[in-house]
Ligand binder design. Structure first.
Ligand code: MN
Length: 435
């Protein structure tokens, strides 16, 4: 009989974002991580719905795969319906990775780019496939894992809860052995910390609490550009031969048969505290009447990945902008220049304000270089198609003209690119300030 003898969960806002859109739910033998996205607080709402969907319990009459998949499907419908009916929630979505430890096996249900890992005999195995443009490029052989880790478009998802009323859920069961250590995490960890370091932390032999804290610290040391969530647990024989050695003193072990109990110090339900998310601007950033940093003509509409310009009409409610055409038999949204135009037209009606995973650089009302989320246009009736995401310390008028022009070109970027650019500008500004 196998059971969880040590577990920990932690979530951190990171060093760049102001709000934590990740959520987790831990009630051994069930462990869940969700990474939300959407304008204003919508991402937090989506990840919370997804993680809390498991609080009602699982239908024990079904197979483990079906049990998890049913909860995921119901959460997806709830998120989708809310995103359609509530304008403030439009376009919200979330990843979801859930694992359920059973009698000798572990069942994984997964959508998006959060991940589940297993460490066994020092060997790290990824139990999930990233549903992202970059993840699919790796599986096709178009990118190496190393290239993927630093790819600017790595955060663009091809599958998430929310965008459609039905979602395909990957479910798979794996044999479990005593001594296995499992880890669930959001991409805020894997974008910052390589798998060798993840394996090293998981194999350190320490308490799961220490493993989670160490990994979050490493992600923050590497830049912490996104919210970081880590859930970790260790499995042992309930006979206890190896268990006593690895259970932290004073910490009772949870019995995996008992879904109603959790470890002391690990709340059954934990959602990272919300802080101020991105708010819609009350007044237009930049000079009156134009988009932020107006005076520079907008670059042609671009989307983060190439495509053939075919645009299905339902794109307006999509948070997941990038889709691959040959991936499955399900209808797919294709990306292309045409998509950006349609997205803009719909955004101009306010339908997707603040809900896009598209960013550009501009100047705020104080003249500071700023990352905006959305599209660099003003919609009709003074509707905003962008929200303020990150304000730098750099006044735009202190930049050399060429740099300013290149920076404030209103080119559409991924958030990673926009933040990298701002970081470079801040660094150069510091260097110029040196005597
Ligand atoms: Mn994330």
């Amino acid at each position: 009989m196998l059971r969880v003898i040590d577990q920990a969960a932690a979530s951190d806002v990171g060093r760049v974002r102001r709000a934590n859109e990740d959520a987790y739910y831990v009630r051994a033998p069930l462990f869940v991580v969700a990474d939300g996205m959407g304008g204003a607080q919508a991402g937090e709402v989506a990840s919370r719905i997804a993680s809390q969907a498991f609080a009602a319990g699982l239908d024990e009459s079904l197979s483990p795969e079906r049990r998890l998949a049913n909860v995921v499907a119901a959460a997806n419908r709830e998120i989708h319906d809310k995103s359609v009916s509530d304008p403030a929630m439009q376009g919200m979505g979330t990843t979801l990775t859930a694992v359920l430890l059973g009698d000798g096996d572990l069942t994984v249900a997964h959508v998006g780019d959060s991940r589940a890992y297993r460490l066994r005999d020092g060997e790290l195995t990824r139990l999930t496939q990233d549903h992202s443009v970059v993840g699919e490029m790796v599986r096709r052989g178009a990118l190496s894992e190393t290239e993927a880790e630093r790819h600017p478009q790595r955060s663009i998802l091809t599958r998430a809860l929310g965008p459609e009323r039905e979602v395909a859920v990957d479910t798979l069961s794996h044999a479990v052995r005593a001594g296995d250590v499992y880890l669930l995490c959001s991409d805020g960890l894997t974008a910052m910390v390589d798998e060798a370091a993840i394996a090293e932390a998981m194999g350190s032999g320490g308490a799961m609490r220490a493993v989670a804290e160490r990994l979050i610290a490493r992600a923050n040391d590497a830049g912490g550009v996104d919210n970081i969530t880590v859930v970790a647990f260790r499995v042992a024989d309930s006979a206890g031969s190896g268990a006593a050695a690895t259970t932290p003193a004073g910490e009772p072990a949870a019995d995996v048969d008992d879904g109603s109990r959790t470890l002391a110090g690990a709340p059954p339900v934990a959602v990272p505290p919300a802080s101020g998310g991105n708010q819609l601007e009350a007044s237009p950033p930049g000079s009156a009447g134009g988009p932020p940093g107006s005076g520079v003509s907008p670059a042609g509409p671009r989307t983060p990945a190439g495509g053939n310009g075919h645009v299905p009409p339902e794109l307006h409610s999509r948070q997941v902008a990038a889709r691959r055409r040959e991936q499955t038999r399900r209808p797919r949204v294709l990306l292309g220049v045409g998509v950006a135009i349609v997205v803009f037209l719909i955004a101009a009606t306010g339908a997707v304000v603040g809900s896009l995973n598209i960013y550009f650089l501009g100047v705020d009302q104080h003249g500071l270089v700023t990352v905006y989320r959305g599209l660099p246009y003003e919609g009709p009736l003074a509707l905003k198609t962008y929200t303020k995401d990150y304000v730098s310390t750099v006044p735009a008028d202190r930049l050399p003209a060429a740099e300013r022009k290149a920076l404030l070109d209103h080119k559409l970027r991924t958030r990673g690119d926009a933040v990298d650019l701002i970081a470079e500008v801040e660094q150069r500004q510091l260097e110029r300030a040196q005597p």
